[in-house]
Write a protein that binds this ligand. Structure first.
Ligand code: IMP
Length: 187
């Protein structure tokens, strides 16, 4: 099954789906896929069907967003470009903390939608969610995306960025979405 071009994500997904599914990196000659859908589901489907039509093989793709209650669900589907078209992770975190300066309610959740597209047009879809709160300031700035400012509920107060990959995967939105997908695939 063809999947993401990101080697970290590929390893994470392979660990969850198990050895019964052979995951291949997204072909390099496919180029960038414009993620211009209005929802996480639309973007995940866009990527999965593009890779599936290009390779003629089943393909899996996911899309993730951070939904913040005090911001009416933003940045949501625009999480990657929250601080602008060419924003990097730290730009996005800075904008998020600035927007939340006066917010009393710091609750938020990560949501991931994962889609498998098959060459015959069938698809599988699964969703995963992780609830938590936005920290006042980043902790462990090396972390990926919004991880340094996200404290998951039910933990010991550490941000996702301060956890090991295994600790994060066990309770994360992406981990849960791919667990649910693995169940649908009969693993
Ligand atoms: P994508 O759908 O995986 O490309 O993610 C969209 C944006 O959400 C990324 O640019 C990241 O900033 C953020 N993001 C996705 N997954 C995570 C995560 O597990 N932790 C923190 N931020 C994430």
């Amino acid at each position: 099954m063809a999947a993401t071009a990101n080697p970290h994500k590929l390893a994470e997904i392979a660990a969850i789906l198990g050895s019964a599914v052979e995951l291949l990196p997204r072909p390099a000659d496919l180029g960038e896929i414009t993620e211009d859908g209005d929802t996480l589901e639309a973007n995940a489907r866009l990527k999965a069907t593009a890779v599936c039509s290009h390779t003629g093989q089943p393909a899996v793709a996911d899309d993730t967003g951070l939904e913040v209650a005090a911001l009416g669900g933003a940045p949501g589907v625009r999480s990657a470009r929250y601080a602008g078209e060419h924003a990097d992770d730290s730009d996005n975190r800075r904008r998020l903390l600035a927007e939340m300066e006066a917010a009393a309610d710091r609750s938020a959740c990560f949501r991931t939608v994962a889609v498998v597209a098959f060459p015959d047009g069938r698809e599988l879809l699964a969703e995963g969610m992780a609830a938590g709160t936005i920290a006042e300031a980043p902790r462990d700035n090396q972390g990926f995306g919004y991880d340094p400012v996200f404290v998951p509920d039910g933990g010991d107060g550490r941000t996702f960025a301060e956890m090991s990959a295994d600790e994060k995967n066990a309770v994360s939105h992406r981990g849960r979405a791919f667990q649910a997908l693995a169940e649908q695939l009969g693993r």
